[in-house]
Design a protein around this ligand. Sequence first.
Ligand SMILES: [Zn+2]
Length: 441
Amino acid sequence: MAQYARLVTGSELRDETVDLLSRLIRVDTTNPPGNETAAAELLREYLEASGVACELYAKAPERANLVARIPGGSGPSLLLLSHTDVVLADPAEWSVPPFSGEVRDGEVWGRGALDMKSQVAASAVAVASLAREGFRPSGDLIFAACADEEVGDGLGLEWLCEAHPEAVRASFAVNEGGGERLELADGTRVYQATVAEKMTAPFRLRVHGRSGHASMPRIADNALVSATQLIERIAAYRPEPQLGPEVEGFLRAILGDVPLASDAVERVAEVSPAAAALVEALLAPTFAPTVISASQKRNVIPALCEIEVDCRLLPGQHPEHVEPLIRAVLGGDVEYELEWIEARGGTRSALDTPLWRALGEFVAGVEPGARAAPLTCPGFTDSHWLREAFDTVAYGFFPASGEMPPEVAASLVHSADERIPVADLDLGVRWLRHAATALLA
Ligand SMILES: [Zn+2]
């Protein structure tokens, strides 16, 4: 397997990845409306030039998903998963045009540079370069660049898993959602990889009152004022912290031991202040009131106020587990109705797997003494659909080189001046080739 890594010099693949990423950024796939077919066509042309067979799957013609494959033997398969859509970019906020794909001072600039056309490009280059070298995998090596991840209207991987399961069924998958490189207080380097995710379970609270003219407030019962009491109670609530296997693995990797859940945030802050806020969000469900609607007229006291709460549950938790907790927090003195809006995600993959070992090997080879640390992803990713449909072992891992501090990268995702160091693309393509050759040799 190592022979493949030696066949090509790093700089050729790095330049190929930079070029492909710039071209992908120049295809505007802002979702909505998406228009991912244009990106899928570009990828098809690139991959077919290296002899990789591609198929476009589209529920709506302009929203195509691309699946490419180097067919292998009967062994376990590996899917390099990514999405081609991006979120809105307002040019007025940017220092370069957001769809320029410009390379400047060792960085590629543009919407999607981090989330996640970088990994789309690196995955495509990994597969294309292996195909050119005549790589014969023991199981299929699959590349899927999916539509509609950012909005989730059922046109992307969720739909593929249902309508074309044979196209994307895989034993292992590498997706977005991890790879941050932490420098601990003692100098140790740790690369985060996400192996589970929280469940997105938003709910709505409906508070009733009685309308009336706002010039005489006492004649009415203001639902907006009653609702503020509920908002304050939710905001003040601190659920009991608890440790799941992923956070335990993370604590062991960065602290050398597993502290009590109640001490975890403080202990992490001592070695990595950057990781403390993240760990805090992974110890318990979170509740963030984000949307409110009441009267549409200033002089009318509202009889109804609706609040939407962004709620994220721990892997394995479900709405019915936390609803009694929420009701206890809200109390019995304000009348309200609670309605769950949706519940998706919350799946996890095992840690004792060949993919985890490949990841650990890679990290140790990148920097002497560096370690991989598992973690839960606080948000939702497409890994969920694979775990749910096929029990795929799916990890989020696209390693950062450390040229850009992780807090800077985090602040640029979905924001202005999104960009990625060329060094990260270089490392990323090497990781994806390593994953393929280590698992499918
Ligand atoms: Zn993304």
